[in-house]
Ligand binder design. Structure first.
Ligand SMILES: NC(=O)c1ccc[n+]([C@@H]2O[C@H](COP(=O)([O-])OP(=O)(O)OC[C@H]3O[C@@H](n4cnc5c(N)ncnc54)[C@H](OP(=O)(O)O)[C@@H]3O)[C@@H](O)[C@H]2O)c1
Length: 321
């Protein structure tokens, strides 16, 4: 049975996606996250409920060493047959981090967590993905400064990897948490499109998609926000209020199921390089932001990301050159 690797597949939208993949596609799962203590009970419960095989993988996307160790473990699991084959990689883990923190590698944590870790993971694992496999990025509508979502959370800035990785250093004023988050999600969309172009050039049939789940209450996403705001975000009143403002709205069940469909439904096999959005119970293909289609910016982001993760020549996957 093919296996689907999902980062952050044990909580929030990722967990709903994992349930849907197990229940509707009988997919085996490789749940990747930074705490085995949090992953393992969820893995056991999913396996018991849906009768699929669920394996856990320790992975902190903000740490290059952790990503390299996780990729090596994934290769070992494939080599020893614990996992038969890798059908999809879902780059779903993500966070909006309020203060300016730096990862163990010295990079701004939002950028390291949401973009760099997934970039490296793909470089290290894509050659083990099934020939007709999929990569799905959980991005966000906030990446687009022309949307209400983008304006309210914080408008994405120039997706300059070197600047983003070193944001706030050398006495410079850091950009706001909202802008850092939106820009990291713009990096997800740019990377999805650049990945698609590279895979097409190398004749690969792997499908790459980007996904906006919409503002989805009830996940751990607002964990750093004050408790009253977290409570309010789950009310029907707030849902209607946000919808009226023109915010893209998700529910945890629908957003998770939509991500699962993008990962496994044959209907999306020919949609590589596209952006999908779930909004108020419907998933549609959408145009992403104007900047996200800028190939020069995507190429620069790719090359700078390679430098930032110190990609060694032996790690540079031939499919992606
Ligand atoms: N909820 C929304 O309104 C919304 C809207 C648009 C896009 N999104 C995107 O949807 C995705 C899922 O978010 P969510 O709403 O489901 O929030 P969530 O419940 O907080 O889920 C985020 C997941 O990412 C994991 N994670 C965070 N930092 C990590 C790291 N350094 N290494 C590995 N895993 C890490 C978390 O695991 P831990 O248990 O280790 O914390 C958690 O499982 C994110 O990419 C988010 O940006 C969410």
């Amino acid at each position: 049975m093919p296996t689907i690797l999902i980062t952050g597949g044990h909580g929030g939208i990722g967990l709903e996606c994992s349930k849907h993949l197990a229940a509707h596609y009988s997919a085996n799962l490789l749940l990747a996250g930074r705490s085995l203590e949090r992953l393992e009970p969820v893995a056991l419960e999913l396996a018991r409920t849906y009768g699929v095989k669920v394996t856990t993988l320790e992975l902190d996307t903000s740490s290059l060493a952790s990503v390299r160790a996780a990729a090596a473990r994934c290769h070992a699991l494939l080599n020893d047959g614990t996992i038969d084959s890798l059908q999809a990689i879902l780059c779903n883990a993500g966070a909006r981090i309020l203060g300016v923190n730096y990862s163990v590698d010295g990079y701004e944590e939002t950028f390291a967590t949401n973009h760099l870790g997934h970039f490296l993971l793909l470089e290290l694992l894509i050659d083990r993905l099934a020939k007709n496999g999929r990569v799905v990025f959980t991005a966000s509508g906030t990446h687009d400064p022309e949307t209400v979502d983008g304006k309210l959370v914080g408008e994405a800035v120039e997706p300059d990897a070197m600047m983003l990785a070193n944001d706030g250093k050398d006495g410079r004023k850091p950009i706001s948490a909202g802008k850092r988050y939106s820009t990291s999600k713009l990096c997800n969309v740019l990377t999805a499109y650049e990945l698609d172009r590279r895979l097409r050039r190398s004749g690969s049939a792997i499908t790459t998609l980007a996904f906006d789940p919409g503002s989805t209450p009830g996940t751990g996403f607002l964990r750093a926000m004050p408790a009253p705001l977290r409570w309010l975000s789950k009310t029907a009143f707030f849902y209607r209020f946000q919808k009226r403002l023109g915010i893209t709205m998700g529910t945890i069940g629908f957003s998770g199921a939509s991500l699962a469909r993008l990962a496994a439904d044959p209907a999306f096999a020919e949609s590589s390089g596209k952006y999908f959005q779930s909004n108020d119970g419907r998933m549609i293909e959408k145009q992403s932001s104007a900047v996200s289609y800028d190939e020069a910016r995507a190429l620069k982001l790719w090359n700078d990301s390679k430098r930032l993760v110190h990609l060694r020549p032996d790690e540079d996957c031939t499919l992606l050159r």
